[in-house]
Design a protein around this ligand. Sequence first.
Ligand code: PLP
Length: 444
Amino acid sequence: MTMLSFASNTSTVDKKPEDRAWSVFPRGSNGEFNLPYELTRVIEHGIGCELWDVEGRHFLDFSMGWGSALVGHARSEVVEAVASQIRKGSNFAYITAPSLQLAEEIVQVSPASDQIRFCASGTEATMYCQRLARAHTGRTKILKFEGAYHGANEIGVTSLFPDKLVNFPEPDPSSAGIAHSVMDHVLVAPFNDLDTTRRIIEEHAHELAAVIAEPLHRCLAPVDGFLQGVRKLTEVHNILLIFDEVVTGFRLAYGGAQEYYGVVPDLVAYGKALGGGYPIGAFGGKSEIMELVGEDRLGSSTYVWTASTLGGNPVSSCASLAALSVFRQEGAYEKLHGLGVYLRTSMKRVLDNIGIAGQIIGDGPLAQVVFTESTDPVIDYRSTKKGNTAANRAMMLGLFERGIFLNPMGTKLYLSLAHSESTCDAFLDRFSDTLHVLRENGTL
Ligand SMILES: Cc1ncc(COP(=O)(O)O)c(C=O)c1O
């Protein structure tokens, strides 16, 4: 009889990390978007806003775990909280003292949330919001804004990076494997265009369960009155408004986009920064909507199934409670906003000094460069797409080679509480060097 061996594969020890990664992960990536083989890196550890790979290379991190480590990597409060829980067990798939305390804190800070439930990711959180909206209204369609990402669920990836600019409200699947029937239930509108959004909502109100929005749409801030207008329209037509606060939650303000932009939705999804770098998701809403998940209602036509094995696990909950205590410290949001303004203003100065046309978009501790000749403000997916996106990718690769770790798509830069003006200055030097090279080689 052949015995299965679970021994570690010692034959990999002599192989280069990039070879090992490319042999077990498609394109050498766990879904972080494709870096070329020669730039494939394996991270060993991170502290604050610095990273080191297994071969000892050093990076300044402007991705911060895609924004999940807003407190900074290995922040002491988070490390201690996790360490103190870890010996007490990591998951019971049941309410624990930390998850209860965390739920109470979220409900207090999130005006939309009378009640919440935990899950393990932002993808799950927005999926449950969509399902709740359908069950509550008895309608099936969801309107999303073109270019918005709501996680890897079916609607989250619809019209995410459309090449074909189809007529609104027609959706475009940005991933294969999505059933055509799903597309029948998605409507797409342009962010920041209240007139077109109004037209679509009025035409489809009878079949619309919800409008889902990233209040800060990728890195695009809402123009004055847009979110307020969408709120009013959804109220008038009894359509639920879902805020995907996976990025904005606890980042733009302690009360997230609800506090920062002053608009309260009916349902809200959280993830990323809430977890202090640990896996988390949460969704909340008004009691009359949230009660649809009550398991005593199983069998009723409006019962909504939710279940997440690791949702609300005590380790993530402890990390989250520690992260929230850091966010509540005096001056945390002033620092995050101050750094964001500093980075965006300085990046624009670098572009101007070299004579490269472009705009720096973002709000709070987020920034993104759009290489565009247009002086019209970049306000939606289509105006972003007019930019030279190949240059974004070339810029990203150039920065990566110069020790800046960032989203391989070359889009959002995430700052954190561990960043400082001097970290931004170190970034700006390399940003400038990279752009000079791109100018010289004709990319820009
Ligand atoms: C706005 C938004 N919603 C949802 C998600 C999905 O979160 P997760 O990756 O935790 O599933 C993301 C992730 O980047 C996001 O940016």
